[in-house]
Ligand binder design. Structure first.
Ligand SMILES: C[S@@+](CC[C@H](N)C(=O)[O-])C[C@H]1O[C@@H](n2cnc3c(N)ncnc32)[C@H](O)[C@@H]1O
Length: 199
């Protein structure tokens, strides 16, 4: 529980670094039971929140913990929000469990749902970062032993993300390394920061 809380607070610190402010609209893709939502509430943030997930029980828990926060059960690779309605879409440890074409489709629809100048921020696992080796080693171990992998652990390459972002219509792609405290508060995965062109 302590870790759940401290990680949620860390998520909020990262969001603040990337423009979280009172009054903006955020979309928490793969929100789970609300690690970040609960931290936003603790921080006294006021704005419009939508959390989306594919597991109804997790959304119910988020609603219990954060009354007034909206949730969406969305099974397609869509951002469940009207065109141009969001300032910030973020996804923590979500594209790390999806196939790359799914990630592309979420990015493409995210561009539609963002306001001009809006941001799509998400975490990734990458082979280039040795801090991510423990996930890779674990996958290799499972495959080698022939045991069933419980969930997909998907690594992405920065070149792929640049291509997805450009094909989707984002104008700027930046990467920040969670191990480098000078760029943003610690986050053990790398972060990709995509900007929709301003109007
Ligand atoms: C590792 S958890 C991270 C949860 C949350 N982002 C956090 O940091 O606490 C991944 C979450 O993504 C959700 N998820 C998996 N596939 C998804 C999809 N296609 N669309 C939305 N959420 C998805 C899972 O149900 C789970 O809640």
């Amino acid at each position: 529980m302590e870790e759940f809380v401290s990680q949620g607070d860390g998520h909020v610190a990262v969001l603040e670094h990337y423009g979280l402010a009172n009054g903006i609209s955020v979309y928490d893709l793969g929100c789970g039971c609300g690690r970040t939502a609960q931290a936003l509430q603790r921080a006294g943030w006021t704005g419009s929140y939508i959390g989306a997930d594919v597991v109804p029980e997790l959304l119910e828990e988020l609603e219990r913990q954060c009354p007034g926060y909206e949730t969406r059960m969305e099974l397609s690779q869509k951002i469940a929000a009207p065109d141009g309605s969001l300032d910030l879409i973020y996804g923590w440890s979500v594209f790390t469990h999806l196939f790359p074409p799914e990630t592309f489709l979420y990015l493409r629809d995210g561009l539609r749902a963002l306001q001009p100048g809006g941001t799509f921020l998400f975490s990734i696992l990458e082979m280039a970062d040795r801090a991510h080796d423990r996930v890779w080693d674990n996958v290799i171990d499972h495959v080698e032993r022939g045991s069933r992998v419980e969930q997909l652990d998907q690594f992405l390459h920065r070149d792929w993300i640049r291509r997805f972002a450009s094909e989707a219509g984002f104008e700027e792609v930046r990467f920040t390394d969670g191990a480098d405290g000078s760029q943003h508060p610690p986050f053990w995965q790398s972060l990709a920061v995509l900007k929709k062109p301003a109007a």
